[in-house]
Design a protein around this ligand. Structure first.
Ligand code: G3H
Ligand code: 13P
Ligand code: ZN
Length: 312
């Protein structure tokens, strides 16, 4: 059942975080639903602009729409204004993210406000971003040196003037498989200050992949070249999940599982050219990863409680 993103946040806030997993194809959708059903967790399935143009969006979305008995929200990840409007008008999305964090403070607010007005008229909620994460996103690349942590003093004004429903904050993470080049971790002081100023307002952590070292080692042993890949410490994710970080975005880890499985499968069976053996292993392994991650987030086992909360 597709549900409101805000309802999921209302249930989770301060107790656990909802996993927001990026998907691009059928195998990811299958593994994601299997993993969340196995761990009895609510979740967010999110599509980036790149994912929407990778395959035929209508076919991809139809697959999600027909998904079996799960409780999840559908979210546009890192949208520009035009893509937000397309998703709002499609009637399929629970929430959209307008990412105008590369603009000035006032222009970020103005763009977010325009999207909020269109989205709220249709009962859809909006995630905005304040601050700059390091790493690479589809339409903008930010060097770690240029990354800028969210200034807690700006948050209240930003939220009030823009009307956004949740906020992606720069708290030390970056997108991709090479995080924390300076060795630092999450900035809990920033999370704490924002949560104190904005009680019960859902915060979003982007760049949350933990880049499991076992995956990196296996990828490299099977011919990959991922030197120095590193992610977020899982104990820090668990801690942040009880401090107001209510949505945790994960894409890279799923790609690493995909990469490891396919490299190993073709290395170990070089005569095979059928896509299904590797696809089968990937779906099972990705589901296993999701089960583990939902434990880290605290969302595992929350399904019945969320269902009752939504139906009451
Ligand atoms: O934050 C970006 C997400 O990982 C989506 O990546 O734009 O390559 O689909 P993508
Ligand atoms: P990772 O690259 O750490 O998986 O972050 C994904 C993300 O933030 C999607 O919006
Ligand atoms: Zn992101």
């Amino acid at each position: 059942m597709i549900v409101s993103t805000q309802k999921l946040f209302d249930h989770a806030y301060g107790k656990y975080a909802v996993g927001a997993y990026n998907i691009n194809n059928a195998e990811q959708i299958m593994g994601l639903f299997r993993g969340n059903m196995d761990s009895k967790a609510p979740f967010i399935i999110q599509l980036s602009k790149g994912a929407r143009s990778y395959t035929d969006t209508r076919l991809l979305e139809a697959m999600i729409r027909a998904a079996p008995d799960a409780i999840f929200a559908v979210h546009l990840d890192h949208g520009d204004e035009k893509t937000c409007y397309d998703c709002i008008d499609s009637g399929f999305y629970s929430s959209v993210m307008i990412d105008a964090s590369h603009e000035s403070f006032d222009e970020n607010i103005a763009a977010t406000r325009r999207v909020v007005d269109r989205a709220h008229a249709k009962g859809i909620s909006v995630e905005a971003e304040l601050g700059k994460l390091g790493g690479v996103e589809e339409h903008v690349s930010v060097d770690e040196a240029d990354a800028k942590l969210t200034d807690p003093k700006q948050v209240k004004e930003f939220v009030e003037r823009s009307g956004c429903d949740s906020l992606a904050c720069a708290i030390g993470t970056s997108h991709g498989a090479y995080k924390f080049s300076g060795g630092q971790g999450l900035h809990f002081d920033v999370i704490e200050q924002i949560a104190r100023l904005m009680p019960r307002f859902p915060l979003v952590m982007h760049g949350s992949s933990s880049v499991p070292q076992d995956e990196v080692t296996r990828i490299n042993a099977a011919g990959g070249k991922l030197k120095g890949a590193k992610g977020v410490d899982e104990a820090q994710i668990t801690k942040a999940s009880t401090m107001g970080v209510t949505k945790v975005n994960i894409d890279t880890d799923g790609r690493l599982v995909w990469c490891r499985v396919h490299r190993e499968c073709f290395r170990d069976d070089p005569e095979n050219f059928d896509l299904r053996p590797a696809g089968k292993v990937f779906m099972a392994e990705y589901a296993k990863y999701i089960v583990h991650k939902n434990k880290v987030l605290g969302s595992a086992g929350q399904l019945d409680s969320v269902r009752a909360f939504i139906n009451k």
